[in-house]
Design a protein around this ligand. Structure first.
Ligand code: NAD
Ligand code: DAU
Length: 364
């Protein structure tokens, strides 16, 4: 969003701001709106990393709060104390494979946590003097729509919900609550449903960082099933720009689908990544990197295809993604090569235990 003289400074609380997309969004917001007050609320689960925000910690307008979105007294206090007008809600359990291993945390954070934020904000918003400026952005996923057949049209905002994993079911539940708070109470909630993101600060468990790191460590590249599943990839900074537009120009009560129009089969994406790693990563111990590809047991209930029709946000808010998949993956690889001090500590004993439980093979 370009700055204009009439823009009113915001006081924004960003939940999950130490995670992947949340931290990219915090950096985006701080750079573009230095006059705004930014509060990050994050409980620093395995996926949260405060070091990601270290550049911002000393800014006067920035505050990090280590806390849980399910903690109602804390959320009530923060909204009042900081005179918040904008909630950007990213905090979630986000990894499908972990939701298969243990769905409880997903229901707790994604459903109960979102409910807690909505309820707290409702009370606060009702008591506010100028509530027309307020916004509650609920950041969600295309996975709530279920799985597409090869010739189906992409998901639009009117596609019926049909979630298939505990993760997507919990996100669907939270979307329904956010929607209901607009329809029942008139609270200015807006929902975005986005496709697969990639880019800097992505936790190693997700497909692209996992493959980059495993190539650097000469480990097998586990491709689920036949590798023909399709995802619609979007560079995380393009997503942040979309969310910025939605907060500033979106209509309360509306849903906006966000996607890169970049449908790629997993196996083709992994081949592209391997080719770029051979080119960019210097002296790899195993070359070509694609010789590490290993087909493994499929994810239970693995959705076959996701694709987003982003024409609503393009036409109504003028959002157009900037990066092609190849450009974005090149930049992402370079980022992981240059920021090994960020990701190496994340390959902890916990991560290794998760890896073994999920893949049935040791990480070390
Ligand atoms: P992530 O797992 O990288 O980060 C989640 C963050 O939330 C972490 O910092 C974690 O510490 C924090 N958190 C978890 N539980 C919390 C709690 N109870 N209280 C406070 N903080 C808590 O997730 P991400 O990939 O950045 O996803 C962010 C949001 O975007 C999620 O809501 C996700 O559903 C949605 N989304 C993700 C993608 C994607 O491709 N990653 C795509 C579309 C939508
Ligand atoms: O579509 C948006 C969603 O994208 C977000 O809501 C989720 O939070 C995010 O995690 C992501 O979900 P996916 O399950 O699509 O992402 P993941 O990176 O786990 O997997 C991408 C594809 O790659 C998927 O088809 C499964 C496959 N895969 C994944 C891993 C980790 C593999 O083949 N091997 C792997 O080791």
């Amino acid at each position: 969003m370009t700055q204009d003289d009439t823009r009113k400074a915001r006081r924004i609380i960003i939940t999950g701001g130490a995670g992947f997309i949340g931290s990219n969004f915090v950096h985006h917001w701080s750079k573009n709106y230095p006059e705004d007050r930014i509060i990050v609320l994050d409980s620093l689960t395995y996926a949260g990393n405060r070091a990601t925000l270290k550049d911002l910690e000393n800014l006067e307008n920035f505050r990090f709060v280590h806390g849980d979105i399910c903690d109602r007294p804390l959320v009530d206090e923060l909204l009042k104390q900081e005179n918040i007008d904008t909630v950007a809600h990213f905090a979630a359990e986000s990894h499908v494979d972990r939701s298969i291993l243990g769905p409880g945390a997903f229901v707790q954070t994604n459903v109960v946590g979102t409910f807690t934020l909505l309820e707290s904000f409702r009370q606060y918003w009702l008591e506010s003097a100028k509530p027309e400026h307020h916004r509650f952005l609920h950041v969600s996923t295309d996975e709530v729509y279920g799985s597409l057949e090869p010739n189906d049209p992409p998901f639009s905002e009117t596609t019926p919900y049909s979630p298939n994993s505990p993760y997507s079911a919990s996100k669907a539940g939270s979307d329904h609550l956010a929607r209901a708070y607009y329809h029942t109470y008139g609270m200015p909630t807006i929902i975005t449903n986005c496709s697969n993101n990639y880019g800097p600060f992505h936790f190693p468990e997700k497909l692209l960082p996992l493959m980059i790191i495993n190539i650097l460590l000469s480990k097998p590249l586990p491709v689920y099933g036949d590798g023909q599943n399709v995802r619609d990839w979007l560079y995380v900074k393009d997503h942040c720009q979309a969310l910025d537009l939605v907060i500033h120009k979106g209509t309360p009560g509306q849903t906006y689908n966000v996607g890169g129009n970049n449908e790629v089969k997993n196996i083709d994406l992994v081949h592209l990544l391997c080719k770029l790693m051979d080119e960019l990563a210097g002296d790899l111990p195993v070359k070509p990197a694609e010789s590490l590809i290993t087909f493994v047991k499929d994810r239970p209930g693995h959705d076959r295809r996701y694709a987003i029709d982003a024409s609503k946000i393009r036409h109504e808010l003028g959002w157009v993604p900037q990066k092609t998949v190849e450009q974005g993956i090149r930049e992402t690889i370079l980022w992981y090569l240059e920021n090994q001090q960020w990701w190496r500590p994340l390959l902890s004993a916990d991560y290794q235990a998760y890896y073994e439980a999920s893949y049935g093979q040791k990480f070390t």
